[in-house]
Design a protein around this ligand. Structure first.
Ligand SMILES: [Zn+2]
Length: 403
């Protein structure tokens, strides 16, 4: 794989920066990122680090060495070849060992003043914002702008072969997030891209690399970037990592991977591993805007609303329910939907405690508060009853398939 032809052009009020990717699998394709012209000075024009990190996962998947026809950070190149690639090899058997080289390297220590974090209004990003902006006093560590990317979290290649759905969801969410950013006087920089269309796999396989790619692109400005943890604390990360092998790169190894993507001028920091997901949610209860803007939903609809019935909505509602805090979120959830699903959701979580840290988190929280839960025997019985009642539907579906 060759990364070449770096260029930057203006298109109306946006600036587009791109390279050509030459690969045995893509032939020649343009990889691009766009953002408001206002932030043109943030773009790093001396190093192609962002494009390199963005293409690392596809290159390893295809078993193609990478040659960067330009300059990259000496530190990044060293860390990728010696540490990050072996770490990624331990994540998935589908990845291949590759070697990265570049035309030149640079060791540049000049640091920008930007301290950023991604913001999607989920529990993890709200917790980082609360700690590193609202509560943080030191100007050297206090967040001074927010970023919002379109690199796969709004629908990935597997779900949506075209970019229309993802862009629509990205733009809808950006409008809502911008209202909040304006309220707290922070810039929210939206960056659109086609990076996720080079990643023909689930977004969770490479999300940390894709996000880091964008920030590296802007390292002329950013010297620190907080990447919110996936909702596991340090103990959970160490205990459950084997369950996330070949599933979620962040839950598998973010606290190890992210520092390896740092350069001489930009530090990546994995933020939030001091908390479990429920601890984060209870922490941000102290921050009033969370009750108006929290958005945890993974329902695949191109609108800004918590559906109150998907796994992430139910997980959040259960924590609030257990701790008696539902009323603080009555503007953004539909409690009727939750009530209908509540019993089976609790049962499903009880049966997943041994291998799902988020289920364990809520169930252990309920137990610690002395909340009575059904017995495991009853939970298994109810689950089996539900499975049995689903049998006619399954048979019906099978018949339909054979016709
Ligand atoms: Zn939902």
């Amino acid at each position: 794989m060759i990364i070449k032809n770096f260029k930057t052009i203006e298109i109306n009020d946006r600036i587009k920066t791109s390279v050509t990717i030459k690969s045995n699998n893509y032939d020649e394709e343009e990889l691009w990122f766009t953002m408001s012209k206002k932030y043109a000075n943030y773009i790093c024009k001396t190093k192609l680090d962002g494009f390199l990190v963005g293409m690392l996962y596809p290159a390893m998947r295809f078993g193609e060495d990478i040659y960067v026809d330009g300059c990259v950070s000496e530190k990044l190149l060293f860390n990728l070849n010696n540490y990050a690639i072996p770490l990624l090899l331990s994540f998935s058997k589908s990845l291949n060992n590759i070697k990265i080289s570049s035309k030149t390297t640079i060791e540049n220590n000049s640091k920008g003043e930007g301290i950023g974090t991604g913001f999607s209004a989920g529990v993890d990003s709200f917790c980082t914002l609360y700690d590193r902006y609202i509560l943080e006093d030191s100007p050297s560590f206090k967040v001074n702008s927010l970023l919002f990317f379109n690199v796969g979290s709004h629908g990935d290649w597997l779900q949506h072969g075209s970019s229309e759905f993802t862009r629509c969801k990205f733009e809808t969410r950006h409008i809502e997030l911008k209202k909040f950013a304006d309220e707290i006087n922070l810039d929210l920089i939206d960056i659109d891209s086609n990076l996720h269309f080079f990643h023909h796999w689930w977004h969770s396989y490479s999300h940390s690399l894709k996000a880091a790619s964008v920030v590296l692109l802007l390292q002329q400005h950013y010297s620190k970037y907080y990447y919110s943890s996936a909702g596991l604390n340090y103990y959970g990360t160490l205990s459950y990592s084997k369950f996330y092998k070949n599933k979620d790169i962040g839950a598998y190894c973010d606290p190890i991977l992210l520092p390896l993507l740092s350069t001489e001028s930009l530090d990546f920091i994995s933020d939030g591993c001091a908390y479990t997901r429920s601890e984060k949610l209870l922490h941000i209860l102290n921050y009033e805007p969370a009750g108006r803007y929290l958005n945890v939903c993974i329902d695949h609809v191109d609108r800004w609303k918590n559906c109150s019935g998907c796994d992430k909505c139910l997980r959040t509602l259960l924590t609030l329910d257990i701790t008696g805090n539902l009323n603080k979120f009555d503007k953004i959830f539909d409690f009727k939907i939750y009530e209908e699903k509540r019993e089976f959701y609790i049962i499903s979580q009880m049966l997943k405690v041994d291998y799902d840290p988020f289920a364990a988190d809520n169930i252990n929280l309920a137990k610690s508060l002395g909340i009575r839960l059904p017995s495991i025997k009853y939970a298994r019985f109810r689950q089996r009853l539900r499975d049995v009642s689903n049998i006619p539907i399954l048979i019906y579906r099978k018949i339909l398939k054979t016709i």
